[in-house]
Design a protein around this ligand. Structure first.
Ligand SMILES: [Mn+2]
Length: 335
């Protein structure tokens, strides 16, 4: 069990608070809470290897939390690893962290990985906790750090995201949450909106147009939908599946350059074993110059065509061909 040095013993240190690659809101929020607590007496940087999640990015912008992607590790004298404990989450920074000679501490709520980044005595891991933010909250309390509005907002946001909006929360989560809500001065909705990305208007219009231009085919119990948009074809295909299509193909053509995205729902994948990459997009390349590929549930084609309707109709045909291999008597209907 780690006895972290008292936070007040950090003075004039050059501290790196390092979240995991693809940092989520909990990683960012827990790091930020420590950042606000330590920055008075130290130089503190929040670092993220490789990339940050969209929610965490939104959260950082709204809370004005500065962070650096891929910071220079050897410019610091202390590292706190936050919300992870396995080396692979360091991604491209693994080598630099391994060579780091000064102190590394770990605060995490994931299960212990075999290969540890820091010395055992410097590692605080409790996988019974819902969020790293909870652990940081308790650390700050133990050190009698004042829970400011900013710190409280961070802890609350980290908890909301990592508990999947309290689905996995326990009673201590609610206790911490109640205190942080009060000290943040924010409502639950305001806390939640801190990390909810704004949806771009152009994207929302594209999704609505995809719905407006939809063509619907029934094939037995399945619904295949086609549509076209000027942009955001992948998001549009996904939105048609959310609306009720089993499989959706959405195309976009500009100066003869055609792009088609396909998405399939879980049920049709399980029931028929269709692979949009293998059975549709790759085969589309036989009929139109271009390349198709991807995964079973999400695939795409890029190529040339005179209009987008021909390759889109071909997607529906190829899909129905596959469904016929499972049920040759399948009933077809166009709406
Ligand atoms: Mn977490």
């Amino acid at each position: 069990m780690l006895v972290l040095p008292n936070l007040s013993s950090f003075k004039k240190n050059n501290i790196l608070l390092l979240a995991h690659a693809g940092a989520d809101v909990d990683a960012m929020a827990a790091s930020a809470a420590l950042f606000f607590a330590l920055k008075k007496n130290n130089s503190v940087t929040i670092g993220v290897p490789e990339h940050i999640s969209l929610n965490a990015k939104t959260f950082s912008e709204n809370m004005r939390i500065p962070y650096e992607i891929n910071p220079e590790i050897d410019t610091f004298d202390t590292i706190f690893i936050i919300d992870f404990n396995s080396k692979d989450m360091l991604a491209g920074l693994a080598g630099q962290v391994q060579q780091f000679k000064e102190k590394i501490f770990v605060i995490d709520h994931h299960s212990k990985s075999k290969e540890q980044i820091a010395k055992k005595s410097n590692v605080l891991i409790d996988d019974s906790r819902i969020a790293a933010s909870e652990m940081v909250f308790e650390l700050l309390k133990k050190n009698r750090v004042k829970i400011s509005r900013e710190i409280a907002s961070c802890i609350a946001a980290g908890i909301i995201e990592d508990s999947a909006h309290f689905l996995t929360a326990d009673k201590s989560t609610f206790k911490i949450m109640a205190e942080c809500m009060e000290k943040s001065g924010k409502t639950y909705a305001e806390l939640f909106l801190l990390f909810k990305p704004k949806r771009e208007k152009s994207k929302r219009i594209a999704l609505l147009k995809a719905a407006e231009r939809i063509q619907i085919f029934e094939a037995g119990e399945f619904i295949v939908a086609l549509s076209e948009v000027g942009a955001f074809e992948a998001e549009a295909a996904a939105s048609l599946v959310r609306m009720g299509a089993d499989i959706a193909f959405v195309g976009n053509i500009e100066k003869g350059e055609a792009r088609i995205s396909g998405r399939a729902g879980k049920y049709v994948l399980q029931k028929t074993g269709i692979s949009l990459a293998e059975h549709v997009m790759q085969k589309l390349g036989i009929f139109f110059p271009g390349n198709g590929g991807g995964h079973d549930a999400a695939a795409a084609f890029n190529g040339r065509a005179e209009n987008i309707q021909n390759p889109l109709q071909k997607c529906a045909e190829l899909t129905i061909d596959w469904l016929k291999t499972i049920d040759p008597e399948i009933k077809l209907k166009k709406h």
